[in-house]
Write a protein that binds this ligand. Structure first.
Ligand code: GLY
Length: 398
């Protein structure tokens, strides 16, 4: 059944004047707010510090092709669609905000260091080809010709010219400015509890005691989406935090250009990637750990990332290490996002983007604005409603 975008709340149900309340001012919430405000809606974003969250940690790879996994072919279509929208999305955002977001169409090279890695990469290549994706098998020598800093032991690789990158911190900052310039209101506080009146979501109560009301509530809280109180168990999004530790290094002028594109590999079963920015920053990521809400940076995590990155690109040990950080990916049972209406009228989801939050930002924002305005989910979003998990009994957080 299509979502009914018409305001339903009566004066007694609604306690303040927004059309849309967006819970969470990460890049998903901000981009949704920006798009909805562009289309004439009165939007409030609730977040203690808009522009924070996972985008402050993420590397910003737009890796639809190199992060393809078995069983995620449906998600692939959404990832590709969002990647296709990136150039226009960033151009429009830069024009609106007056800020660069560091979109870099540099491509990616996925390499193998031993015969097991090479077999894994061959499998990935076959899957990519079956999925109609562009990627080219290269010998070790061809890989090193493209990226001379690679280790002499590199055995082969996949050149994927369509997997690019953006700088998520710049993206978040530009989205905050674009939202401000488009008339989005920010309520700087935590949304603590959803208000439900006569079987409809009508607002939230914030940690400062303030009550905010709106016709539509979009839950875009990333890993925290399941923590909002007052959400009926059957519509609580099945999202869990998945920890990722990440490093930031700097490439001094004397070493530039260190890498010209994203370089990645699976080393002894662990994924490692190096994302070189135009600014000279080099991001090395990431661990993937089921540790609940823990965001501690551990010696073991940093060691493993540096060890694996060093095997790929030995010269990395010469570079200054400027930052270590851990963030939380919002994982779902099938690794795909939750988009659009829920079984509770007035409550919509834009969460659960797991490894692809940065990549999926443009398409998520368009989809959410569309459903808020027209009521219908665009076809690309139909497989991603929360209804696919309606069989899961959701428990209230304690
Ligand atoms: N997409 C990269 C990561 O989640 O580590």
């Amino acid at each position: 059944m299509p979502y009914d975008p018409r305001p339903r709340s009566t004066a007694s149900q609604r306690s303040a004047g927004a059309d849309v309340l967006i819970i969470g001012g990460g890049i998903i919430g901000l981009a949704t707010a920006w798009r909805a405000a562009q289309r004439g809606l009165d939007v409030t974003v609730v977040d203690p510090s808009p522009g924070g969250g996972a985008a402050q940690v993420a590397a910003g790879m737009l890796a639809a092709v190199t992060e393809l996994h078995y069983g995620e072919e449906t998600l692939l279509a959404l990832n590709l669609e969002s990647a296709r929208r990136y150039p226009d999305f960033t151009a429009e955002l830069e024009a609106c905000s007056g800020q660069s977001v560091g979109y870099r169409p540099c491509g990616t090279l996925a390499v193998a260091l031993d015969s097991d890695d090479r077999a894994h990469l061959r499998e990935l290549h076959a899957l990519q080809r079956r999925s109609g994706l562009e990627s080219q098998w290269l010998s070790g020598r061809e890989c090193r010709r493209l990226e001379p800093m690679l280790a002499p032991g590199v055995r082969g690789g996949l050149r994927v010219d369509g997997d690019h990158q953006v700088d998520p911190r710049r993206l978040a900052s530009a989205l905050v400015t674009a939202c401000e310039r488009t008339g989005v209101t920010f309520h700087r506080g935590w949304a603590q509890r959803l208000t439900v009146t006569q079987d409809r979501a009508t607002g939230v109560v914030c940690s400062d005691g303030q009550r905010l009301g709106a016709d539509h509530i979009v839950l875009a809280g990333g890993s925290f989406s399941r923590e909002l109180g007052g959400v009926p168990p059957e519509v609580l999004p099945p999202v869990r935090p998945v920890k990722g530790q990440i490093l930031r290094l700097t490439v001094p002028g004397a070493y530039a250009p260190f890498l010209s594109r994203t370089v990645r590999a699976v080393v002894r079963g662990s994924s490692v990637y190096l994302v070189p920015r135009q600014s000279g920053e080099l991001v090395v990521g990431a661990t993937s750990e089921e540790q609940g809400w823990d965001t501690t940076v551990t010696a073991g995590g940093v060691y493993e990332l540096l060890r694996d990155a060093h095997e790929l690109v030995p010269g990395i040990t010469e570079l200054p290490l400027v930052e270590t950080r851990a963030g939380l990916r919002p994982g779902t049972p099938d690794n795909a996002p939750l988009l659009g209406p829920t079984a509770l009228p007035g409550l919509l989801l834009a969460t659960g983007h797991y490894r692809n939050g940065v990549l999926l930002t443009p398409v998520t924002a368009d989809v959410m604005a569309s459903v808020l305005i027209d009521g219908g989910l665009p076809p690309e979003a139909l497989p991603f409603t929360s209804h696919r998990f309606s069989h899961l009994a959701q428990e209230q957080p304690v």
